[in-house]
Design a binder for this molecule. Structure first.
Ligand code: PMP
Length: 412
C-alpha cells in the first residue's frame, strides 16, 4: 500500500484520496500477480480482458526486445514500418471478408471515436450530413471519451453527469434485457422514425461487458444488421472486449458470420502488453470517408504492433478453442449451481467469461480483500462478481477462482 498513490494518483473510476487502497503489484508471471507483502494471487481478470496469454510470456517479451533494438516509436504521418504493415495484413486476413482497411489508434475508446467519425464523414461526403446521430442498445459500454460515452448506457453510463454536453443519440431495447423479438421491434420502429438522422448503429456483439456483463442471442446481430441495411444505417461492431477468442470464436461476430461495416478491436490485440487498438472498415466506406481527420501521436506504435503480431501468432498456433471450451465447462459446472443460491440473481457464462450477479451490491473493498486472502484477484463491481481469466489458466487455478467466488458469497 502506498500513501502517495492513495493521495495523489487517480485510479479508474475513483477519487482522490481513494477510500480503497490499491494493491501494489511487484511482478507478474503466467496467471499470477505477485503483490506486495508476499501475496501471490491468480488473476481472474486478465487485466480487463487483455492478458490472454498471461504475464511475462517469453515469446511476447522477445517480440518486444527485438523491436526495441530497432526502434520503439516513429510517427506514422508520412512514415510507415513493417510491424504495422504485418499487423494490418493479419487483421484483414482474420476478420470478415468485407473488411480491408485499417486505422490504428492507441486505445479502445479512441478506436470507437474513429469508428463514429468514419460513419459521420461517410454520410457527410455523400451529401447526407443530416445523418449525424447514432443508435445503440441499452446496457452497452464503448469507452470513456466523449463520443464513446455518448453511446454508453444512458442510465449506468455518465450521461447524467455530462448531460447538456453529450450529444443525444437513440437507445433501443437490449436483447439482453427483453426478448429478441421485442428488441428487434423497438429497433425497427426507431429506425423507421429516425433513420434519416442516423449515421450508424454501434453495439457489442453478444456480450455487453462493462455496462453490466449481459449476454444475448447472436441471431439478434443478423437481424439488426439487416434492418440497418434496409434503413441505410451503417453497422459498427465493437469487439474490443470480445475479440481474440474470449467468447469461444476468434471474433464473436463469427457466431452468425455477420459482416459489420466497421469493426473496433483492442484490449487482447497485444496480449495485454501494450495499448493499441484498430478500427477496420470496407473499401467502399474508406473511399466514401476520404481523408479521415484523426492522427494520434502514438498511432501504430511499432512496439505495440510487434507484440500484437506475436500475440496473434501465439494465439492462432495454440489450441485456444480447446482451452476456452475447457474453461467454459469448468465455469459452468462450478458456477451454474449458484443460480439456486438466495443471494444470487443470475449466473451467466459464455466461453472464458463467468458472471455471478448478486441480489445486492457488494462492498468492493471487503470482497476484494476476502478474495486476496483466498489467493485470487477479481474486480467486483456493483452486484457483479465475475471472471475472464487468461486462456492459459489450468484447471486447478480456475477452481481456485470459482471456489473463492462461492466462498465469498457465503461470507458476505
Ligand atoms: N469498448 C468496449 C466494449 C470495452 O469493453 C472497452 C473497455 N472496457 C472500450 C471500448 C474502451 O477501451 P479502452 O479502455 O481501451 O479505451
Amino acid at each position: 500500500m502506498d500513501t502517495f498513490d492513495q493521495n495523489h494518483i487517480w485510479h479508474p473510476y475513483a477519487k482522490i484520496p481513494s477510500p480503497i487502497k490499491a494493491h501494489k503489484v511487484l511482478s507478474a508471471e503466467g496467471v499470477y500477480l505477485n503483490l506486495e507483502g508476499d501475496k501471490r494471487v491468480v488473476d481472474g481478470m486478465s487485466s480487463w480482458w487483455s492478458a490472454i496469454h498471461g504475464y511475462n510470456h517469453p515469446t511476447l517479451n522477445q517480440a518486444l526486445t527485438t523491436q526495441l533494438s530497432k526502434m520503439s516509436h516513429v510517427m506514422f504521418g508520412g512514415l510507415t514500418h513493417d510491424p504495422a504493415i504485418e499487423l494490418a495484413k493479419t487483421l484483414v486476413d482474420i476478420t470478415p471478408e468485407n473488411l480491408s482497411e485499417v486505422f490504428f489508434t492507441d486505445s479502445g475508446s479512441v478506436a470507437v471515436e474513429a469508428a463514429l467519425k468514419m460513419a459521420l464523414q461517410y454520410w457527410h461526403n455523400k451529401g447526407q450530413a443530416e445523418k449525424h446521430k447514432f443508435i445503440t442498445i441499452r446496457g452497452g459500454y464503448h469507452g470513456d471519451t466523449f463520443g464513446a460515452m455518448s453511446v454508453c448506457d444512458p442510465d449506468n453510463g455518465m450521461h447524467h453527469l455530462f448531460s447538456g454536453v453529450l450529444p443525444q443519440h437513440f437507445f433501443a431495447k437490449s436483447p439482453s434485457m427483453v426478448s429478441m423479438d421485442e428488441a428487434l421491434a423497438d429497433l425497427e420502429n426507431t429506425l423507421k422514425a429516425h433513420s434519416k438522422h442516423i449515421a450508424a448503429m454501434i453495439l457489442e456483439p453478444v456480450v455487453q461487458g462493462a455496462g453490466g456483463m449481459r449476454i444475448y442471442n447472436p441471431q439478434y446481430l443478423t437481424k439488426a444488421k439487416a434492418l440497418c441495411q434496409q434503413h441505410q444505417v451503417l453497422f459498427i461492431l465493437d469487439e474490443i472486449a470480445t475479440g481474440f477468442g474470449r467468447t469461444g470464436e476468434l471474433f464473436t461476430l463469427e457466431y452468425v458470420d455477420v459482416e459489420p461495416d466497421i469493426l473496433c478491436l483492442g484490449k487482447a490485440l497485444t496480449g495485454g502488453y501494450m495499448t493499441l487498438a484498430a478500427t477496420l472498415t470496407t473499401d467502399e466506406i474508406s473511399q466514401g470517408v476520404g481523408t479521415l481527420m484523426h492522427g494520434p501521436t502514438f498511432m501504430a506504435n511499432p512496439l505495440a504492433c510487434s507484440v500484437a503480431n506475436a500475440s496473434i501468432e501465439l494465439l492462432l498456433n495454440s489450441p485456444w478453442q480447446d482451452n476456452i471450451a475447457d474453461i467454459e465447462t469448468i465455469l459452468s459446472s462450478e458456477l451454474f449451481s449458484l443460480r439456486a443460491h438466495n443471494k444470487v440473481a443470475d449466473v451467466r457464462i459464455l466461453g472464458a467469461i463467468g458472471v455471478v450477479e448478486l441480489n445486492q451490491e457488494m462492498d468492493m473493498e471487503k470482497v476484494q480483500n476476502l478474495l486476496i486472502e483466498k489467493g485470487v484477484w477479481l474486480r467486483p463491481y456493483g452486484k457483479l462478481l465475475y471472471t475472464m481469466p487468461p486462456f492459459i489458466i489450468n484447471k486447478q487455478e480456475l477452481l481456485l477462482i470459482t471456489k473463492a467466488i462461492k466462498a465469498v458469497i457465503e461470507e458476505l
